[in-house]
Design a protein around this ligand. Structure first.
Ligand SMILES: Nc1ncnc2c1ncn2[C@@H]1O[C@H](COP(=O)(O)OP(=O)(O)OP(=O)(O)O)[C@@H](O)[C@H]1O
Ligand SMILES: [Mg+2]
Length: 159
């Protein structure tokens, strides 16, 4: 199954992230996959808002991973926001130990995570970001998402 949503503006991309946050459960890993500038960080900002992060969420490109405290009714207390674009090897990604970090009450969003999908050691969700000719973006959600938790995506197209 996959869910698709066209986003005409950065505000829409953030709104999609905000809506997507409602499918998340503690322990989830979400890979954000798309070319440079296709909206991954913008989406992560919306997810953060949906999870009740109050601090500003910026690109973790140079720090590789940032932690944000969350306040919500989903049992998620920490958002790990990573960007593995600059890593030189899979070993480096493995050393970030994102899979272990998200146990308990955290979730992880990993920009460029598809380049290292083998190191997460679990089923992951994937959000693909496609650039359209009009500069809008199409977001496609797929991966480890059981039916009982897809209600927040009901407004998205499901081909
Ligand atoms: N749906 C959209 N329509 C038009 N512009 C958008 C849309 N979504 C995001 N943008 C804009 O695209 C630019 C790049 O977004 P963003 O930094 O989120 O991309 P990214 O995928 O994280 O990039 P990188 O690969 O460098 O990490 C920003 O200026 C953002 O406002
Ligand atoms: Mg980014």
């Amino acid at each position: 199954m996959s869910w698709r949503r066209y986003c005409a503006s950065a505000e829409d991309t953030q709104g999609a992230g905000h809506a997507f946050a409602r499918v998340l459960r503690p322990g989830d890993v979400v890979l954000l996959s798309g070319q440079l500038g296709n909206g991954k960080t913008t989406f992560a900002q919306g997810v953060a808002r949906g999870l009740g992060v109050s601090e500003r969420v910026t690109s973790p490109t140079f720090t590789m991973v940032r932690q944000h405290e969350c306040v919500n009714d989903l049992g998620i207390t920490t958002l790990h926001h990573a960007d593995v674009y600059r890593v030189e090897s899979l070993v480096e990604v493995r050393d970030l130990a994102l899979g272990e970090l998200v146990e308990e009450s955290a979730v992880a969003l990993v920009e460029w995570g598809e380049i290292a999908s083998t190191v997460f050691g679990r089923d992951v969700m994937i959000v693909d970001f496609l650039l359209e000719e009009d500069e809008g973006r199409t977001l496609v959600v797929s991966g480890a998402l059981t039916r009982d938790r897809t209600a927040p995506l009901d407004q998205w197209a499901s081909p």
